[in-house]
Design a protein around this ligand. Sequence first.
Ligand code: HAM
Length: 425
Amino acid sequence: MTQLSKSPYKGCRDLFPKEKREQNFMFDAMKDIATVYSYEPYDGPLLEMVDLYKAKSGEELINDQIYSFQDRGDRFVAIRPEMTPTVARMVAQIHKQTPKPIRWFSTPNLMRYERPQKGRLREHWQFNCDIFGAPEVLGELEILNLLKDFLKHLGANQSHFSILINDRALVDNLFDEKLKVSKEVSYKLYKIIDKAKKVSPEKLETMMSEVINEEQIKILKEYLSLDNFDAAFHFFNFDCTLDQLISKSKDSELFKYLEYDPTIVRGLDYYTGIVFEVFDLHPDNKRAICGGGSYANLLQIFNESPLGGCGFGLGDVTLKDFLKTHNLLPDLSLPEAAIFICYGSEKEEKKAFEFAQNLRDLGFVTEVNLGVVKINKAFQIAEKKEHPYILICEENSYKIKNLKEKNEISFTEINDDVLNFIDGN
Ligand code: HAM
């Protein structure tokens, strides 16, 4: 028989308790902020029809990254590679009878067939926050503020991250009015712009010359050199969402995090308005940790009237790298501290479990050492696990000790004295 591997499938992680605690720490922070912004949780299925992604997610996702197969009923299905098509599908079912804006969040796991590397795995969890049917600009502002507040909630500030932002309307204007290229060429240029900062200038030149002529290259280079909002608005000289968003946010904290970046176009086809990525400013981790934007027409794939949406996806892999790089991830190597109950003889077993029940009913995290244990050994276990209290049941005598302060009290039942002792320490 072939030996089965203990490793998880390539590009996937086993989340042992420590890793799961770290993930929960990040998700709890997400939930806190989404909730105070009055976003509601939702979830959807792991499998969707492949056609849902073919409609608008873009070539790269469909051709290279999707996990798809034919089910036993001959349907072509896919493991979700992103959540936006699912949330759009769900909103399409209820939007007519639901007050707007609709504000939803979720933390699904997603799968993409990628070459595993730092920040890129085949399975990741992604915090998604989306708003549907909000007045233009106000919805975008809310989403960006939520994102900024979430990262601040985790201890990050302006020295740690920037929000790089652009507007697809500007990019479309570049293609249609300034470069006057066809849809096919535009599509290729999107990919080139997306890669502009990641390849050498020579490589970029070659990529451009394969698609457009010299005169067009000059204009494209001018576009790529735009490095602030004023320069961008001057270059384009027409009203767009980004323009309004900047004037509305100018005096706010959010503005300090925003940076114009002409290379942010985003790889997914459905975006129509502002597009953004959160960028880690640490020299050791210069990468995007989150991406999002506005999409005006996604509901139309379900033959519904257009309902604009705006949102972002923030992955647990990239977020953890970000927090670790900036020392913002607390040490979660130990489980939640508990009151550690031990008993030195079989006779005391019943009492130990009775105390545990009493304490758990009152909401205290309580661990019982399962089986008789020498008290010295019990102390060692409690200290190794960094439990703050040890409760010892021995020869009809019961005491609880604070392992840090080294003080203790004796008792016969869980009463106010015991609770005050735990609370007061
Ligand atoms: P995305 O840019 O494909 O956008 O992914 C968003 C974030 O998910 C990335 O910035 C990264 O943090 C994480 N991520 C994506 N792929 C991987 C991977 N292979 N391994 C680890 N992390 C990954 C979307 O998915 C859009 N649906 C987001 C959105 C929501 N737009 C509007 N609403």
